[in-house]
Structure formats: C-alpha cells, structure tokens
Design a protein around this ligand. Sequence first.
Ligand code: FES
Length: 192
Amino acid sequence: MKTIDSKSCDDNSKFSFNTANRETAESILSRYPEGWKISAVLPLLHLAQKQNGGWLSKDAMEHVAVILNVHPMRVYEVASFYTMFHLSSVGKHVVQICRTASCWLNGAGQLTELCKKKFDINLNETSSNGLFTIQEVECLGACRNAPVVQINDDYYENLDGRSLEKVLDQIVADFVPDYSTNNSNKSSGFNK
Ligand code: FES
C-alpha cells in the first residue's frame, strides 16, 4: 500500500498550479457538468504530478482537492490507488515492470533482477544518478505481448533481458528507444 511521503507534510513550499496549468485545469473542469467536477480528479492529478517533478506531494493533492471543492481524503484515496501516481519523489524515468501472470510466466522476474543489478538498487528505490526508479506493478493491460514494462508514458512489450537493456541504455544516452509501441505505427511489440 502506498503512503504519503511524510517529508512533504513538512514542506513549507505550498503547491499551486502555474498560470499555464491553471488554464489547462479550467479547460479540464469545463468538460464536466456542475455537481460532477470530482470526475476531473484523474486528469488534474496527472497535471499536478507533471508540474511537481513527477510525483504528488501532500500539498499538490490538497491543491487539487481545493480546486474540486472536496475533502482532501477524496483525492488521497484516488492517488494512492493508481500506480501511475507517485506519492514520494522518483527518478526522471520510472520503470514499472508488470508482475502479473502472463508477464511473470514470460520472464518479468528476470527483468526486475536485471534492473536491480543494473542500477544497484532495490524495488521502489531511485538510482544514485537520479535517473531511474524501479517498481513492480500489476497487469498493464498488454498481456498478449508479455512481458511488458512501462517507462514513464511509454510501453515496451515482448521484452527480454537484451532488449530491455538496450532500451535503458538508449534512454541513458538520450535517444528515443526503438521498442516503444507508442513510437511505432505497427500494431505492437518488439520482434525478438
Ligand atoms: S500480465 Fe503483464 S500486461 Fe497483463
């Protein structure tokens, strides 16, 4: 279970949307009818997380609660449920390895071990250069192309140790990796 980073509770720097994101937040809210603004909680949390350097501080979640005019608990419970929201600071690239059945049976465990060894960290830790945080998550919904890893907003499918290592090395070198299904017009997957 995820918990709110207690350090962020002592942070005096209050979070609020910058001008551009305030306009984006207003545009998001305008899509929802009066009485149903709480439904904007997911896109607003995404916006807050992006502005806050990739994670949601307590202040950031409270700001969203104020905008939605709901008790902060309504926002905390959403943010703590979904693995795409991070409640403590993370590296520049969050590597989320699916550990559910299809991926596990197709080698997800080895991918996790590879990442741990490559970055010399354990799960939910960030590499010393601040570049990578590794996490295990439940089904990413692309089981047909298991094993699957999500890195920030992109999916990488049909991976093995060699192809994942290549993706990670390309990210370190600031290249756009070859194997993201999001970067391809092909249906999906990396042909090993
Ligand atoms: S089991 Fe990994 S994507 Fe579904």
